[in-house]
Each structure stands twice: as structure tokens, then as C-alpha cells.
Design a protein around this ligand. Structure first.
Ligand SMILES: O=C(O)CCC(=O)C(=O)O
Ligand SMILES: [Fe+2]
Length: 283
């Protein structure tokens, strides 16, 4: 499968790291990430790529996983009985979206090809100022499609992986907005008081992103609290998410992976613990 059929390489010459355009794009992304933990490259996918990714997602929709439990805290983990009821670990919100997981996309798919295309990973590493970036090792959730049907929502949360790129495949006709609070926590500080403000409805630091199908979004979801608001339209919203980490071997905690995606990372039964993290944060 040729990457030319997926990515608009004329507009975004990711395969030509020495070109002037490449450097320009890098600088643009770096500025966005520095300012707000987020950057967008409009129409990164070309129309054949977008069509193919949508078709792949649509055909797998019957296999989407919807958790039976519809309430989650922002760490997508258990509450903490030692903390007061208004502590962020004990605030549970509605999460009704579903996921298509990585194991549904074989090596012959467009989604897999894009995720494993080496120049893209190199490009992302340069954007983040890292020597190297690793594919998130979790075989279930390293590449997922978030499905929000009409009426569905994904509550405020932080991600486990350090960094994601997302591709909007289909936007909601109304609602289904991606909202985030840049850099709300840091590697070594959960900033519970600041988090509480957002959970109590303080919108001062909340940003809403305007995305169009085919856009590439860079996002530091481990540190930026984020949510997808209710899809108030009549059609499904679909977003492809590819995750990367700063150190190799990171996977989600078995509890989180099971709850969100319905199955655990069977190949890594002992992982998903703090030893594989580059920080000391709650998940
Ligand atoms: O669908 C989105 O825009 C974000 C999904 C998300 O935050 C996640 O899957 O962790
Ligand atoms: Fe997320």
C-alpha cells in the first residue's frame, strides 16, 4: 500500500526531511504545541486516504466495544475511598462512546500502514524535540477509533500515552466538540485544585478545537484534560487515534484497558505499571 494514497505529500512532504517545507511545518507544529499542547495540520489526509480510512472504520462498526459501565472519573480508574467525595478521583461522569480497537486493523489496512509509516514517527519525534518516539506498546489500544453515536459523549479525562495524533474521519453535525485544557497537570504534579475548578464548570482555560475531516491533530493528552461533548447531531462522529510514548514498552493498566476496550493486553500480562511510565501520574 502506497502512502501517497493516504497522505497529501505535496502539501506535507513528511518523506522529505531536508526540504524547506518540512522545516516550516515542524516550526508551525512546535509553536502550537508550546502554546497550547495542541496543533493541527489541515487536510493532512488526501481524499483517497480519507475515503479508505472511513470505509475501513464503517465496516468494523459492528465490532465496536461499548463498556457496560457508563460512569468514569478523569483517570478512567477506580475512586479513592481515602479522599473526600469532591476529590477528582471520586467525581464520576458519563462516558457512553465506543471504540474500535487496534486488533481489528490488520497489516493490510490503511490505518495500520499510516501508523507504522516510519517517516511519520520521525516527523512526530522532531516536532516534539525527541530523538525517538515509540509506538504505544499496548496491542489493544495503541490505535483506536473513537465512535460517538448521536447522544453519546466522552467525559473529561487524561490519557495514559504521552502523545497522540488524531485524524477526524467524520465530524458530528452538531455537538461532539473536542475540548481541552492545555497543560493542566505536569509530569510530577497532578494539580488537583486546578482540575477541580474545571470539573466544577470553570471554562476560563477550556479551549474548543474546530476540526475538519482529514485534519491531523497533535495532542499531549497525558497533561491536557480533554473531553468530547455530547453528539447532538443525527450521524456518528468517528476519530482515528494513534498513540506514541517517550519510552518503549508502555501499555495501559489492565483495569483501564478492560473497562474502555473490553479486553486486556493479553501479550503483556505484567505490564501497565509505573515501571513503564516516564512519570508518576495517576492513569
Ligand atoms: O475523540 C476525540 O476527539 C478524543 C478521544 C479521546 O480523548 C480518547 O480516546 O482518549
Ligand atoms: Fe483522550
Amino acid at each position: 500500500m502506497n502512502i501517497k494514497n493516504i497522505v497529501d505529500l505535496i502539501k506535507y512532504p513528511i518523506d522529505k526531511p531536508d526540504s524547506a517545507e518540512y522545516i516550516k511545518i515542524i516550526n508551525r507544529v512546535k509553536a502550537g504545541l508550546k502554546d497550547g499542547g495542541c496543533a493541527v495540520l489541515p487536510n493532512f489526509l488526501n481524499s483517497s486516504g480519507l475515503d479508505a480510512l472511513v470505509t475501513e472504520a464503517e465496516s468494523r462498526k459492528p465490532y465496536a466495544y461499548y463498556s457496560p459501565s457508563k460512569l468514569c472519573n478523569i483517570y478512567l480508574a477506580k475512586g479513592n475511598p481515602d479522599k473526600p467525595s469532591d476529590h477528582p478521583q471520586n467525581v464520576f461522569m458519563e462516558r457512553t462512546n465506543g471504540f474500535l480497537t487496534a486488533d481489528l486493523f490488520g497489516k493490510d489496512t490503511y490505518a495500520y500502514t499510516l501508523y507504522h509509516w516510519e517517516p511519520l514517527r520521525k516527523f512526530l519525534a522532531v516536532c516534539l524535540g525527541k530523538d525517538e518516539l515509540y509506538i504505544y506498546a499496548d496491542p489493544v489500544s495503541n490505535m483506536i477509533i473513537n465512535l460517538c453515536k448521536p447522544g453519546q459523549t466522552f467525559n473529561w479525562h487524561f490519557d495514559t500515552n504521552d502523545f497522540t495524533i488524531t485524524f477526524l474521519l467524520k465530524g458530528a453535525k452538531s455537538g461532539g466538540h473536542f475540548e481541552y485544557v492545555p497543560g493542566l497537570r505536569t509530569k510530577y504534579n497532578e494539580r488537583f485544585e486546578e482540575v477541580k475548578k474545571v470539573l466544577n464548570g470553570d471554562r476560563t482555560r477550556v479551549k474548543r478545537l474546530k476540526l475538519t475531516s482529514g485534519d491531523l491533530q497533535f495532542f499531549l493528552g497525558r497533561f491536557s484534560l480533554h473531553q468530547v461533548t455530547h453528539n447532538t447531531g443525527t450521524t456518528d462522529r468517528m476519530l482515528l487515534i494513534q498513540s506514541f510514548t517517550e519510552v518503549p514498552g508502555v501499555v495501559g493498566s489492565p483495569e483501564r484497558v478492560k473497562n474502555l476496550y473490553g479486553r486486556t493486553n493479553i501479550d503483556y500480562p505484567d505490564m501497565g505499571n509505573e515501571k513503564t511510565r516516564s512519570d508518576i501520574l495517576l492513569d
